[in-house]
Design a protein around this ligand. Structure first.
Ligand code: HMG
Ligand code: MG
Length: 300
């Protein structure tokens, strides 16, 4: 049987959050509807954070209310605190994401508190999510390097992973926020995280592509046993609190790689190429996906 890889499309959240110009709600909704139709099992659809911190995500409730949901598709939302969690539950998110960092400096810049404080803040969020019966995911930023502190010790990643698991996370994202990691380092970090979590079922690779390493890192993570990856259509995005960081690895490139490896994703690459072309036009920038560009040219 062909092995299945779960792809979590994060373009509507991680991708769009970094756009300076406000992307209107209708465009966000259409993007999610197109991604749903293309077959993603899981789409990161919204972020219930402070609109002062990330104005682009201020319309999360309207976005969640406007999308056409496919039964079985998981629509996720970021929840930094109880206020975010309550908004996500009201918006009927299927999964909520608490996001911590393996670097103190990044934790301060991104969520305005220390790692310890963030875990304490997540305790009631996790408990309320469990109580409501929604999935809980924990993201570990700067797992492969930090824009403020440089190298991240592997032990710091494992420590945060353990603490997020103790809160009840169903899945953990090993996130290369600024795309600096290389393949051997990815395997080293994953091996260590594998001592506390099941790499096949509980761990995802969330790789930004700033240094062009993301596809190599995905292959390295596959070899390590990881079967869940995050990607962003057209390679949209970046992190507002990680200067210079570019978008997530492009979904089109990831699908081209995985399908070429004979792996199954259940996602229609052709439809994603069209969606990548469409959203790039909507936000007025060229696609960051090499495969997307090449495949779109072949169609033209
Ligand atoms: P704070 O300023 O310390 O907290 O922010 P606060 O409680 O004093 O709140 C400040 C203001 O925001 C208040 O409004 C609150 O009411 C409001 P004011 O009284 O001044 O008018 N507020 C909220 N509004 C709506 N929804 C909420 C909410 N919470 C407070 N949930 C806080 C702390 C965590 C809120 C803030 O730092 C924040 O929102 N940070 C989010 C930053 C962010 O979204 N970063 C990007 C996402 S993470 C990411 O991209 C990384 C990832 O992709 C993995 C990777 O690549 O590394 C996941
Ligand atoms: Mg990210």
């Amino acid at each position: 049987m062909t092995e299945h890889i779960k792809i979590v499309e994060v373009g509507p959240r991680d991708g769009l959050q970094n756009e300076k110009q406000f992307v209107d709600t209708a465009t966000k909704i259409e993007l999610i509807n197109r991604l749903t139709a293309a077959g993603f099992p899981n789409i990161e659809a919204a972020s219930f954070v402070s609109p002062k911190w990330v104005p682009q995500m201020a319309d999360g409730s309207q976005v969640m209310a406007g999308i056409q949901r496919q039964p079985g598709t998981i629509y996720s939302a970021l929840t930094p605190n109880m206020r975010g969690l309550e908004a996500a539950l009201a918006a009927q998110a299927d999964e909520v994401v608490i996001f911590a960092a393996a670097s103190e400096a990044f934790s301060q810049r991104n969520i305005n508190c220390s790692i310890d404080e963030s875990i304490t803040r997540f305790e009631p969020v996790a408990a309320a999510a469990k109580n409501a019966g929604v999935r809980l995911r924990g993201s570990i930023s700067c797992a492969l390097g930090c824009p403020y502190q440089g190298q991240t010790p592997v032990a710091a990643v494992v420590d945060v992973a353990e603490r997020l698991l103790r809160l009840g996370c169903d899945e953990l994202d090993v996130a290369d926020t600024i795309g600096v990691g290389t393949a051997a380092q990815v395997q080293q970090v994953l091996q260590a995280v594998g001592s506390v979590a099941n790499l096949q079922t509980q761990v995802s690779g969330h790789f930004h592509d700033t240094y062009g390493q993301a596809l190599a890192n995905i292959l390295a993570a596959l070899e390590s046993g990881v079967r869940i990856f995050h990607s962003s259509v057209a390679g949209l995005g970046g992190c507002p609190y990680a200067k210079g960081a570019t978008g997530n690895v492009a979904t089109e490139d990831v699908l081209y790689l995985l399908h070429g490896q004979g792996l199954h994703t259940g996602i229609d690459l052709d439809a994603i190429v069209d969606t990548g072309t469409w959203i790039s036009q909507q936000i007025g920038r060229p696609t960051a996906s090499r495969a997307g560009r090449a495949l779109a040219l072949k169609k033209a």
